[in-house]
Design a protein around this ligand. Structure first.
Ligand code: HEM
Length: 521
């Protein structure tokens, strides 16, 4: 009976869509950008893969000889920009049209993350957020977080010495600890800390809730009204659980900061600085609420992404012992063997810096960024892009452009070095970081400086102190990693086995001594 009513609802929707949609949809004189042939109503639903969409979209771009391609999903155009030119023309030069976010029913509305910086479609709210973020995350301000990043990274090296088999867990703990220090001045002290659990849980929830194409309710928003007890509406129960966890992450830490501020014990952090500035005038509750959302947003957008990049670094080093050796030669020359690297060494370690850039390029953390949407009907290169289209910049396509990055499949840090060994981006790149891994236009990642510093610390500390080698199976053969990445908004290397050991006992001793200096902090 219940099922019958769900199907009835679905049938009414489909019939209405078939009859009414063609009448109400605006007629455009220019065609949509090219793409695979569409079926009535469902469009290209059956052709959009659930895995490696970025690769399929780049293939379509070649197949249809157009850097801009289009699929439709239940009448909604999904436009993919596969070249730097198209991304610059639309997302940068026509930013007012392309800066908004599309509706994401599961992640945004049901789980409740829609009010965050990364997902908000309200451009006034977004502008306000970006002002707060620019103040706290600009290149100068980001350096205030370097001591926390160095401390957490050094402590991770000791955890690696103690248990090298738990690489992924160590990375997650380190990233969560850095973000909690940056956002709330809160020091995570043990693996049992509630915020490690909550942070990791929200990270997983977000990745699943925002996974493109994973939830029917994203395409048929009326399904959000179906109560959780209706068979087939299990997504409602999941969403309710994830929503509670998201709001716990938003509210609990900021309440803790407020309590610490009242007691005079708060450590300076992103949220304490902003709350203090707000308290300096007449306290504005609405502003306090935005500060809470802004700091929660740093977590939701900054944690999983950083974990992926650092994990990819270890994977690439496993595959490239010759690159480890070159970086170690640089580190030995510049830093020596008696101390660990610091941020002061950065300018003198161009090869390590090039590894950071190459990880971001070759293993784009969010290969399709986060979808943007068009706020007006637009035309481009003889095609129409209707208002409300989902528009994606294909970071993967840009980072793998062979006209910019020769032999793009190769992991080759030297592409970021001049023949003299000085840092140098390939011609045509207008990003300091050397690729498009941080997205586009007004939605460009505001955490770029923090992310780069976290990866830099992981690179220099790990390569200074460790060798990363293949683990061997029972027959003494190397265990090769599975190179298929796990997909979602954020793509991750599958967990892999490797053998991580200190380069020498002297290196181990220096790492332990360096981390011990932070004991009790
Ligand atoms: C490896 C690390 C990271 C990568 C590769 C990365 C990449 C991205 C990308 C591709 C976007 C979407 C851009 C677009 O829609 O065009 C984004 C958005 C965002 N990132 Fe990052 N990110 C990283 C780390 C961080 C960190 C550490 C933070 C915070 C401290 C952060 C905060 C944000 C926020 C708040 C947004 C939403 C921006 C908006 O919609 O206006 N990210 N990031």
């Amino acid at each position: 009976m219940l099922l019958t009513s769900t199907f009835l609802l679905l049938a009414i929707f489909i019939i209405s869509a078939v009859i009414i949609l063609p009448r109400i949809l605006p007629k455009h004189s220019l065609p949509l950008p090219p793409g695979p042939p569409k079926l009535p109503l469902i469009g290209n639903v059956h052709q959009i893969p659930t895995k490696d969409e970025h690769i399929t979209f780049l293939q379509w771009s070649k197949q249809y000889a157009s850097d801009v391609v289009c699929a439709t999903v239940f009448g909604q155009p999904l436009v993919v920009l596969n070249s730097k030119e198209a991304v610059m023309d639309l997302m940068e030069r026509r930013a007012p049209i392309y800066a908004a976010r599309p509706r994401m029913v599961m992640c945004g509305e049901l789980v409740g993350i829609g009010g965050s910086v990364a997902l908000t479609a309200d451009m006034n709210r977004h502008r306000h957020f970006r002002r707060l973020l620019t103040a706290a995350l600009n290149p100068r301000a980001s350096q205030d977080y370097w001591p926390s990043q160095m401390k957490e990274s050094r402590e991770m090296m000791v955890r690696l010495l103690d248990d090298p088999t738990m690489l992924e867990d160590h990375i997650k703990r380190t990233v969560v600890a850095v973000i909690f220090l940056v956002c709330h001045g809160y020091q995570i002290r043990s693996n049992d800390d509630y915020y490690i659990w909550l942070g990791n849980k929200v990270m997983q929830n977000f990745a699943k809730a925002a996974a493109p194409g994973a939830w029917l309710v994203d395409f048929l928003p009326f399904l959000r009204f179906i109560p959780a007890w209706v068979p087939g509406a299990g997504f409602q129960k999941i969403a309710a659980e994830w929503r509670q966890e998201w709001f716990d992450l938003l509210e609990k830490p900021i309440n803790m900061v407020k309590a610490n501020m009242a007691a005079g014990t708060a450590k300076p952090s992103f949220s304490s600085r902003l709350l203090e500035a707000n308290a300096a005038g007449a306290r504005d509750k609405k502003e306090d609420d935005l500060i809470m959302w802004a700091s929660g947003s740093l977590y939701s957008a900054g944690a999983d992404t950083s974990v992926s990049a650092i994990h990819s670094f270890y994977l690439e080093m496993l595959l490239h012992p010759e690159i480890q050796a070159k970086a170690q030669a640089e580190l030995d020359r510049v830093v020596g063997k008696d101390r660990m690297p610091t941020f002061d060494d950065m300018a003198l370690l161009p090869y390590c810096g090039a590894i950071v850039k190459e990880v971001f390029r070759r293993r784009p953390v969010a290969p399709l960024a986060i979808p943007h949407t068009s706020r007006e009907d637009d035309t481009y290169k003889g095609f129409t892009i209707p208002k409300g289209s989902m528009v994606m910049g294909n970071i993967y396509a840009l980072n793998m452009d062979p006209t910019v990055f020769g032999k793009p499949e190769e992991f080759n840090p030297e592409r970021y070095l001049a023949p003299t060994g000085e840092p140098q981006n390939p011609a045509g790149i207008n990003r300091d970081i050397g690729s498009w891994c941080f997205g586009f236009g007004r939605r460009l990642c505001p955490g770029e400086n923090i992310a780069e510093a976290s990866l830099y610390m992981a690179v220099v500390n790990t390569l200074w102190g460790f060798n990363i080698k293949y683990s061997l199976d029972a027959d003494g053969k190397p265990i090769l990693p599975d190179m298929n990445y796990e997909q979602g908004v954020v793509s991750h290397p599958k967990d892999f086995k490797c053998d991580i050991g200190a380069r020498t006992p002297a290196h181990e001793e220096v790492m332990r001594t360096a981390a011990a200096e932070y004991a009790g902090m």
